[in-house]
Ligand binder design. Sequence first.
Ligand code: ZN
Ligand code: ZN
Length: 662
Amino acid sequence: MQPQNESRAITSCTECQRRKQKCSREWPCNHCQSRKVPHLCQFSVKKLQQDSPPESSWDNSSNDARGQKRSAPDSAEPKFISQNGEEEELEDGLKVWGYMPGHVHYKVGNGEDNYQRKDSPSELKTSDVVEKALHAIPPRSITDAFVNHFLSVVNYRYSAIYGPTLADQYVQWWADRGIGKRLSPELTCLLLRICAYSVQYLTPSMRKMVEFELACNSQTLTERFAAAAEQLSQSFEASNTSIERVQEQFLKGVWLKSESKIVESWHALSRTIREAQELGIDKDTGMEGLSEFDLEIRRRIWTLLYIWDWQMSAWLGRPNLIDQKKLTIQFPNLRLDQSTTEPALISPFAHMALQAHLGRMVATIMGDAHSVSELSAEQILAIESECEKFIGELPAVFRVKDPDTSLDEAHPYIVFQRHQLHCVIFITMLDCLKPYLTRVRRDKITDQDDDFRKKGIDIALRLLEVARRFFNHEFPINAKFHMVVFTIFDTATLLCSAIIHDHDHVLPHREEVMDAIESSLDMLHQLSLTTKLGATSYNFLFKLVQATPELSRHSPISKRQRQQSSCIPTTSLPEFAPAPAEPSIITPIDPALQFPIATTENGTLPPMTATDDLSFDLDQFLAQNPFGDIGDPSTLDMGGMKQIWDWENLHLDAYSQPGSNA
Ligand SMILES: [Zn+2]
Ligand SMILES: [Zn+2]
């Protein structure tokens, strides 16, 4: 399955050769794995450059650093052009025309692929920009804390960066900076993005420390990092890219999502994909010269982009940026993370690899259908049964029912990954049943409409259960993670649509559905205090419920409070600076209930900074936009939702039809 170099069968890895050890001759080999340096494990029979330390790849002043992670270039084989400089000139001649990596022209000289790019542009002008960007980087002890927090916590969301390499590079970066060496603009930019993302998710105690030390609130700080990164990033030329630049762009998209800027994030995704294609990450062909480590890292990045593209397109109704049917790379094999001490420990990329498999499975069944509304009954049944099969085959740590939690304590990121994966699976299952929940019953599509409606309700309820667990785990510190809000909002809105279209009152589990909407509203209310996306979502759903007599009658807010109070842990309810300046016209939820699970490791919680700069004042908004007169849905203020969610597919326009409510 994996590409096997002939050479590998006959030689030890370069590290084992150097250390005169018996190599298992399998990537990554036994010794490199146990020494936790799989990125140094390379197999090559040719002229080797393993003597240069890993950090030197950042040092553009020395020519010989270029071959560091590659086995093929600079080989002893006869070459068309022997001098490095001339070889680059040849490459430049092709690049200037925009020939993509792997194009036959790059093979004009010899059998080897020599199109490899420089690790970074060596332009002088970027050094000024780097110098400027350095002002945004705090003293080392604090930056260390951010990078550590990234590597030990937030990176595990997507595992977009391979930790051991970054740790090495980071240490070297400070060493270089100390002796006034030229710093890599790409790595500097990546570090700024890492800091920006890390600061979005600081623990309360870290935030306290940082805000004290830097005399600056964490929101300002994260924005400052992002702005510095952006400035640096804009000095890069499209024609000269690198893996660090793709990662940097990816983190930009991640950051934007957490800032509730979903549309901007999608545009960032688009640029990341282009950047990755420029580097040739999107295909495996012509990559013979790369080490297995590099291949694995590239495949991981492309896998992430593939997943994001699939999900944003399927869930938000946005056009695909990648051809989902033609996946031209192998998925990462994850051997990189095999643990020699804990064999049961799964790769931190496993949850993403699983999502990619799920996405590809759905794409295969969908065939030429452009959207789920074009699917036949057979296709829907096939997707549902494949998903159930997928659930049944999940690794023990990720099982939906009775997961193996024995590693959770030592590796807390597993919990997050489990919840994230579960949400993705159920959203995927629900997605193709949505058309059946958002239309009136007599408006038939297939013979199995009733079955699909029932199935849709079942899955939506299961999804909200999963979402509730996710919420409980992430709130309030990580509530900015968009998927928490999205899952709750999207599902609850769908259920509202189902109720609105259920003229005959035959919807299965109708009462349960109404309760689920209510409990979603509760969660969104809490989220509205920490994220703008939460606030907008709450506002939207609240108005929708108010405007739907069945729903507003079913559960007045006071009832919601009572239900809620029964499940509140009695431990420390932190002080909280409530957002509303004046009492609003909605019955406010008892402030004591605002943070039902807000206990932290040290039992205290500083006020959420996000609240201070919430540009959207929910209560003021509601006061200015009284509900109850939503005759025409186009007048319903979506607060930016319209762009984000594919809300038209919810067919909420039932409002304006005679005979319905309003
Ligand atoms: Zn070895
Ligand atoms: Zn090795």
